[in-house]
Write a protein that binds this ligand. Structure first.
Ligand SMILES: [Zn+2]
Length: 262
């Protein structure tokens, strides 16, 4: 529901992108999916006075606080707390000069350098930033810093129109999850295990608040914790597991769309 121009932000972003993405050869964009969990239905509006012109605004009923997910695999390269027009936003670099941008968020659940996959939750729908007049997701697909016409599943969205879209993001269970270590009491560390249970050997520790990428999940031994007890364990690297009971993922138990570990 953003209706006022945001040209200043666009100029700033373009300038920053020019510095960050020097003369990278354009590679084919990834297959972008709707930036919402599998199966969700959203209205996507494009309009001739939108800035940048090729952006889209997503809405659905009672969407304040709904999950926003990554459109495609990539690496988070910008997490802005208070841009004048975009408000809180996240940008994901998909390589080859291809980036996606998610604006007006009420919260960001990733940080710069974090690897994300299809369906990874990156934040929550909100209404932050000067140009937002109500909760919605402002979304852009960019090539070398310039917003280009948006495609989902290889099909360009309508310009200019309001179309209903259904997400196919991570519907095949190939997504990764994201979260952070949440300890009680605050400030304590967690022991990373070499397998899905506290009976496995230690693989080091992680500080409370550490952001983690969840490559897959599996049922293991029951663990106590901030959200426990739970038998769900999250694989956060090769031979590195943490209990879901101490991982804030935004979900209780298994995360929709995230792979089950073999
Ligand atoms: Zn917008």
């Amino acid at each position: 529901m953003s209706r006022r121009p945001i040209r200043l932000a666009a100029v700033v972003i373009l300038a920053a992108a020019a510095v960050l993405l020097p003369a990278a050869p354009a590679l084919a964009a990834p297959v972008y999916k709707l930036p919402f969990p599998c199966g969700q239905v959203w209205g996507g509006q494009t309009y001739a006075t939108h800035s940048p012109l090729n952006a889209i605004d997503f809405n659905r009923a009672d969407d304040d606080g709904d999950y926003v997910v990554a459109s495609a695999p990539g690496t988070v390269d910008m997490v802005s707390e208070a841009a004048a027009n975009y408000g809180k936003y996240v940008r994901i670099n998909h390589t080859g000069g291809n980036t996606t941008l998610y604006a007006h968020l009420s919260a960001q659940w990733v940080r710069v350098g974090q690897v994300v996959g299809y369906g990874t939750i990156i934040g929550l729908v909100g209404s932050t930033g000067g140009t937002s007049t109500g909760p919605h997701l402002h979304y852009e697909q960019k090539l070398n810093g310039t917003a280009v016409k948006i495609k989902f599943d290889g099909v360009q969205v309508g310009y200019y129109s309001n179309v209903t879209y259904t997400s196919t993001n991570a519907c095949q269970g190939a997504g990764t999850g994201a979260g952070w270590i949440d300890m009680t009491p605050n400030g304590t560390t967690i022991t990373v295990r070499t397998g899905p249970g506290n009976g496995y050997a230690s693989a080091g520790t992680l500080a409370d608040g550490t952001y983690v990428t969840i490559y897959c999940q599996k049922t293991g031994s029951s663990a106590p914790g901030t959200y426990g007890p739970s038998t769900v364990w999250n694989r956060i690297g090769t031979g590195r597991w943490v209990p879901d009971a101490n991982t804030n993922t935004g979900y209780t138990g298994f995360i929709p769309g995230v792979t089950r570990c073999p």
